[in-house]
Design a protein around this ligand. Structure first.
Ligand code: APR
Length: 276
């Protein structure tokens, strides 16, 4: 038996139903002019999602990923919610026990007045800026476009470049209009909470000579954290590396220490005298 296509019957069921759950995806926003992901002209049809929309992609090329999301923010701000968004918002207002699960980050359902308590944005929102290092910082409902001067190129790409239907090249990846070089450290947004935290660390480091820099269970490869080892050395510190990996002793000199061991095993021993 194929599924019913009777609008009349369905209207009766919607009217008589109490608990209704909805799962929405990119197709709901297609009529507003936003590209879906996998359909014709979809964002991922021409690009590998992992090249742009994953934490690894962000770590590999923060400027490109910032530009990609700035472009998606700009695109979403240049289009309007469509009748589907409004119909869902009205149903949510009418039905006490209606819950809409949306995979869309485009902000169109909230802009259609969809009650917040009846909407779960399963994939977050392009307009909530969260700390990548998960310090907990989040700035909600930031609709600034461009987010900062360096991301202006993403806002000058007009939305027609993303026309759904025909397959489009993601304008920012188009070799014909390469994006300007961006100084990640200087020109891109950084988490104010982490930055504040790092400022406090910097103040501690600058307070005076450092006797000892303990490097425990880390390859000290990821900045800005890794930068503190060199800074402590410049403040006079002797470095002690505690790490089973012999390679982590690289760069140490005869003033320093290296304990090739499990930290859990050796730290109590190393600190026992000081703790006596
Ligand atoms: N009305 C309804 N459905 C439509 C319309 C439309 N006008 N246009 C396209 N569709 C349908 C397509 O047929 C397809 O089934 O919308 C669906 C879009 O599928 P995807 O492009 O895969 O988008 P989505 O399901 O939202 O992707 C889920 O994947 O990449 C991640 O995080 C991203 O939230 C996204 C998630």
């Amino acid at each position: 038996m194929p599924p019913s296509t009777s609008v009349q019957d369905f209207q009766d069921i919607v009217t008589s139903s109490d608990r209704i759950l909805a799962l929405c995806g990119a197709g709901l926003s297609a009529a507003s002019g936003l590209p879906t992901f996998r359909g014709a002209g979809g964002l991922w049809r021409n690009h590998d999602a992992t090249a742009l929309a994953t934490p690894d992609a962000f770590e590999d090329d923060p400027a490109l990923v910032w530009l990609f999301y700035a472009w998606r923010r700009h695109l979403s701000l240049t289009v309007e919610p469509n009748a589907g968004h409004y119909a869902l918002a009205e149903l949510a207002k009418k039905k006490e026990n209606f819950l809409c699960l949306s995979q869309n980050v485009d902000g169109l359902s909230p802009r259609a007045g969809h009650p917040e308590d009846k909407l779960r944005l399963l994939h977050g929102s392009l307009f909530d800026i969260k700390c990548f290092d998960e310090c907990g910082y989040i700035e909600k409902n930031n609709h600034k476009d461009p987010l900062c001067p360096a991301l202006e190129p993403a806002s000058s790409v007009n939305s027609s470049a993303a026309g759904s239907g025909g397959s489009h090249k993601l304008p920012l990846l188009d070799p014909k209009n390469p994006v300007p070089k961006i100084d990640v450290k200087k020109d891109l947004p950084h988490c104010p909470q982490c930055k504040h935290g790092l400022l406090q660390v910097d103040a501690w480091v600058r307070r005076g000579p450092i006797a000892l820099m303990l490097v425990i269970g880390t390859g000290a490869q990821v900045y800005p954290a890794a930068g503190y080892v060199g800074r402590a050395k410049r403040m006079g510190a002797r470095v002690a590396v505690i790490n089973p990996d012999p390679e982590s002793a690289e760069g140490l000199d005869d003033r320093d220490f290296f304990f090739q061991s499990d930290a859990a095993e050796i730290l109590p021993q190393l600190f026992s005298k000081a703790l006596a």
